[in-house]
Design a protein around this ligand. Sequence first.
Ligand SMILES: [Zn+2]
Length: 217
Amino acid sequence: MPENQILDELVYEPISGSLLYKDVRYLLIRPETLAGFQKNLVERCGQEGSAALFEGGYAGGSLSARKYQKIHNFCDQEIVKFMMNMGNQIGWGNFRLVSYDAALNHLCVAVHDSPFAQAYGPSSQGVCHLIRGVLAGMAEVLFDRTCNAAEVQCRAMGDEACRFEIEAGKDKAGSGKLKAQSSKLKGESSKLKARSLKLKAQSSKLKGESSKLKAQS
Ligand SMILES: [Zn+2]
């Protein structure tokens, strides 16, 4: 059997039904489960659905890159190599780094035999949004900028392999999250204002009724 460091170090805890690698929980899931979920999501939400899958991958990719960089004390080149190997060893396909340009904040990665493309079947667009997200999340740790990734070739589109171009945006890492939090807070604030207006209206209605009752007595 070929060596698989991740599988060798995976810890199985029967009581909780957990699989852990370096204390991080992982789960095995059939690609068809994800493909079914993805088709339904994209049917209901269109591009927003693809973006949601990308964001999910992004969160996992940046968490993993950050954690494994810290515990192994990896330099940037080493973390890229580690993440490529890890993707391979957890069954996400055969990852190959095509190019890495630290000066331009740019990465290109090819993935052969993506399970996501295989389970999804033919498509006119790239379907490996989770890989796209994980790679962009990993790049955020390298470039300290919010990153984006495009799947320029996909096995589901009939290409030989999936190919991802990843680049850093202008925003500092984590600013996307802050923006989302800020707009959530704004939303909550206007909700509270609306509630306050409603309460004021109810209060003046009660005052009116109260003075009416006083007049009657
Ligand atoms: Zn693909």
